[in-house]
Design a protein around this ligand. Structure first.
Ligand code: SAH
Length: 480
């Protein structure tokens, strides 16, 4: 077998990146753009010792799980890795991903996982769920201004008028900005030369308030023809905030440090509702809601509806009665902390990014919440520091900080630091709720916690990002 060889194979599984997996000639092949159930003619793109990579040349027998992707540029864009798979099958794939990780990486017995794992929570409509979009601006071959997305793994812009994961409102805004740029001869930024003004158009939408925010990221100190831009954007229904952000650096980072509001408010408001979530029910909305002010720079969950289900489940798993002390590690802007505070005596939030903590404190204030304290720092440093304080004669931390009833963690993909897990075990909370965006690191960390005296109670996966390979999971552990 050599590179560029053609061969036929059946796709029997799917890998972590959504690629098809099949076997040929005693080797495992990872086949780009193939779906589980397909029989394909593939071309080898890379050969290793006992595995290889290939791409589809022709689908010989399409899988019964295939659907026609709704987006015309889904292949070039690469943002939706599994749009060609029926949504039902996407959910099954994600459920399996979590299950397999727990069994293979976590070493949990299959029987135990079967008993503890609930069915994945999918979306009602797996499109138009994102409340945030960032479109780069560029030029086509004829020099016309275009906006769109970067093609997979490149910085080449594919013109996209409408991304089906984003809200419909994006299109009108992009058209307005594009015509404003064309009329006033405002050039898009060119990454290669570092010339040109408009880099990205950032749009955010409040799903519950229908408020819209537009922020133009520019390579310059001020925005020319600002009044003309405002005149075009202001009439769009829901427009609440228009701003520009200055980013003069040759970098992949989208936003610069300084944002100037030129019309309306410097933020939009959105609400996250608590949903009823006894296992298996329909996540009906409740009257409890937390308000958030979201500025262009703020971190905010991009799928607000699924976030409500996910965080409501995390709160349910925390099993609070109003008397508990809870740590919320990796708390971001405090979304989970503020939810928890509704039913806890005291919540302590820890987050590494100072700006997120500023937002968290402002959000607590906005909602009149007083039983939450936030700390800036790494979870694996902040927690041990409290122990150090306790054993020194200086300022004593409150006793409940060292013996919380519940610890909630929501770490980034790389999972929890070993030191953080160690302190969690030392604190011996009754329950640990682990919210994860990566099944592999989740399984690794659960193994440590279960070896340290905790038992799996419940595992539930959530689809926050339909059409992509990502999956979120909430796990409840209890001390035994
Ligand atoms: N629960 C949060 C989001 C969590 S995302 C919310 O809903 O807003 C993970 C967060 O962990 C990010 O905000 C990231 O900045 C933070 N983080 C990353 N490494 C960290 C560490 N070592 N200690 C504390 N926070 C960390």
């Amino acid at each position: 077998m050599q590179k560029n060889d053609l061969f036929e194979l059946s796709i029997i599984d799917m890998g972590a990146g959504g690629e098809g997996i099949g076997r040929y000639d005693g080797m495992t092949f990872f086949v780009k753009d193939a779906c589980i159930g397909d029989v394909v003619r593939a071309r080898a793109t890379k050969i290793k010792k006992n595995y290889g990579y290939a791409r589809v040349e022709e689908v010989l027998t399409p899988s019964t799980f295939r659907v026609t992707p709704k987006c015309p540029v889904y292949k070039q864009c690469g943002g939706c890795q599994i749009q060609a798979l029926s949504y039902e099958k996407q959910l099954e794939y994600k459920q399996e991903k979590v299950r397999n990780a727990l069994i293979r990486i976590g070493g949990f017995p299959e029987k135990e996982i079967e008993r503890k794992m609930l069915p994945i929570v999918g979306m009602e409509t797996p499109f138009r769920y994102r409340n945030k979009a960032q479109f780069p601006a560029g030029k086509d071959k004829d020099g016309n201004v275009i906006t769109g997305f970067y093609a997979a793994r490149t910085h080449h812009i594919i013109p996209v008028e409408d991304c089906l994961l984003g809200v419909e409102e994006n299109r009108g805004i992009l058209n307005a900005v594009q015509s404003w740029m064309t009329e006033h001869r405002i050039s898009p930024y060119d990454e290669r030369t570092g010339e040109g003004l408009v880099r990205h158009i950032l749009i955010r939408y409040g799903f519950t308030t229908k408020e819209l925010m537009v922020c133009l990221v520019i390579n310059g100190a001020r925005l020319p023809f600002a009044e003309e831009l405002i005149a075009l954007l202001k009439p769009i229904s829901g427009m609440t905030s228009i701003s520009y952000n200055i980013n003069p650096f040759q970098t992949n980072v989208i936003l610069g440090e300084k944002t100037e509001c030129i019309w309306g408010l410097p933020y939009i408001t959105d609400y996250i509702h608590l949903r009823a979530c006894k296992d298996g029910d329909d996540f009906a909305l409740t009257d409890t809601a937390i308000a958030y002010h979201i500025s262009p720079q703020s971190f905010y969950q991009v799928n607000p509806v699924q976030t409500e289900k996910l965080y409501s489940t995390a709160l349910e798993y925390a099993g609070l009665t109003g008397k508990e002390c809870v740590w919320d590690l990796y708390c971001g802007i405090g979304t989970i902390s503020l939810f928890l505070s509704q039913r806890a005596k005291q919540v302590y939030g820890v987050e590494a990014v100072p700006q997120a903590i500023e937002d968290a404190k402002a959000n607590a204030k906005l909602n009149g919440i007083t039983n939450v304290r936030f700390f800036v720092g790494k979870a694996e440093e902040v927690l041990p520091d409290f122990y150090a304080q306790a054993s020194s004669s200086q300022k004593q931390p409150e006793a409940d900080m060292l013996r919380p009833d519940v610890i909630v963690v929501d770490p980034p993909r790389k999972g929890c630091d070993g030191k953080c897990l160690e302190v969690m075990l030392r604190m011996q909370p009754q329950r640990i709720v682990y919210v994860s965006c990566d099944p592999a690191t989740l399984a690794r960390d659960l193994r440590v916690l279960c070896d340290g005296g905790y038992a799996l109670e419940k595992v539930r996966a959530f689809d926050q990002f339909g059409q992509t390979v990502h999956v979120e999971t909430v796990v409840c552990l209890s001390k035994f």
